[in-house]
Design a protein around this ligand. Structure first.
Ligand code: GAF
Length: 390
């Protein structure tokens, strides 16, 4: 168990005892993620390649006899924020807003599976929020495992990922795909998860950048990102329209060879979206080949091509992400790209370990010159997926 995992589980259990005057029935936790490559491919039935961060959200939980869901979160300042308690039977989309919609949405989605009991939940975690590192899914997955655990329901992780997706899509109102929750639930230490979203088939691919003198540096730009703003939904709708016009179930079905013909048949505004998705799927497959061959450095050009495609074709980058990528490359990163939905959030850079300090200095000084807040940086290693801690 990583130290981060122990820490958050203990914080949640201690906070639960402080609030409710006794130990919780159990503690479950789930990690944030970075996606090595394969962005905006998940809702196009394509390929993704995430790994779990050491940063986690833990949920200490006990059942309640009155059918009420009561959620409290421990802030970094040691203070609690309490969601309004709500009867699980009364949960409906639109009833709960803000951060409380995430745990409530999971309880709502699980209610449809027959998990109807109330619970006291106390949340503690260290996944940076709004950073494109999947803090909301870490919370949702930990809550899902906690509620299922309290109800003694056996875990089927791919199925749980779909229930969490329903909570996001239909309760929270974020039309996201399956990348983040699947990563949080299925990733394992020292591996990236190669997931074919269409078939649901996944493979744990060993990933040890350090063995080749490299690291994946996360650069949280602190430009806040959200998947509930219209940009994400607009891209998704554009992809679905393009697939319909091309007569395929999803853009996954367009191959690289078919791309020129497909582009010729589409209105100008949809072509770049399709080009991104088709080429990004190909990049994921090439990245997996590189990792299987033990050639981590070969990821560099793929990461950069992914970023350029997201910036120029998919148009989900922003100046803070472009500057993070450019500064990292200028100091010797082998490649870099934005991760997650975009419009803010984080970038990753594949950095020779001996260039770490220079890259971080350069990113910070470039941000300072522009008057932007200092970005948060940390090297990320593939860590454990969600599970029960106590
Ligand atoms: C967000 C979404 F939640 C994912 O489903 C995925 O679409 C990602 O953006 C882009 O790859 O993280």
């Amino acid at each position: 168990m990583s130290p981060g995992r122990d820490d958050q589980a203990r914080r949640a259990a201690d906070a639960f005892a402080r609030l409710h005057g006794g130990a919780p029935r159990g503690v479950w936790s789930a990690p944030g993620r970075v996606n090595l490559i394969g962005e905006h491919t998940d809702y196009n039935d394509g390929f993704v390649l995430p790994f779990a961060l050491p940063h986690r959200t833990a949920v200490a939980a006990s059942p309640r006899a009155d059918g009420v869901l009561a959620v409290s979160t421990l802030g970094d300042d040691g203070e609690f924020r309490h969601a309004d308690p709500v009867a699980v039977a009364d949960l409906e989309p639109g009833r709960v807003g803000g951060w409380a919609a995430y745990p409530a949405g999971v309880a709502w989605a699980l209610r449809a599976q027959g998990v109807t009991g109330g619970a006291d939940l106390v949340v503690a975690g260290d996944v940076p929020a709004g950073a494109g590192l999947s803090s909301s899914h870490a919370l949702e997955c930990a809550v899902a495992l906690a509620l299922l655990g309290l109800a003694d329901v056996p875990e089927d992780r791919p199925e749980i990922a779909r229930w969490v997706q329903r909570a996001e899509n239909d309760f929270v109102g974020a039309p996201t795909g399956l990348l983040d929750q699947t990563a949080s639930l299925l990733c394992t230490e020292a591996h990236v998860l190669f997931l074919d979203v269409r078939s649901g088939k996944s493979e744990q691919v060993p990933f040890d950048a350090a063995a080749q003198g490299l690291e994946v540096l996360v650069i949280d730009t602190r430009a806040s990102h959200s998947n509930t703003d219209g940009g994400y939904a607009a891209r998704r709708a554009g992809c679905e329209r393009a697939a319909a016009l091309l007569g395929v179930p999803a853009l996954r079905d367009v191959t690289g060879g078919e791309l020129p013909g497909a582009l010729a048949r589409l209105p100008a505004e949809l072509g770049p979206l399709v080009r991104h998705v088709v080429t990004e799927n190909e990049r994921v497959l090439r990245a997996v080949d590189a990792l299987r061959a033990g050639a981590v450095a070969d990821l560099g050009p793929l990461l950069l091509a992914s970023h350029e495609s997201l910036r120029d074709d998919y148009r989900v980058s922003c100046p803070e992400l472009d500057v993070a990528v450019g500064s990292a490359l200028a100091e010797g990163a082998l490649g870099a790209r934005m991760v997650g939905g975009g419009f803010g959030g984080s970038a990753i850079a594949l950095v020779p370990v001996d260039r770490h300090d220079a890259v971080v200095r350069r990113v910070r000084s470039t941000y300072a010159e522009r008057g932007w807040p200092t970005p948060r940086t940390f090297p990320a290693v593939p860590s454990a997926g969600a599970g029960r801690d106590a």
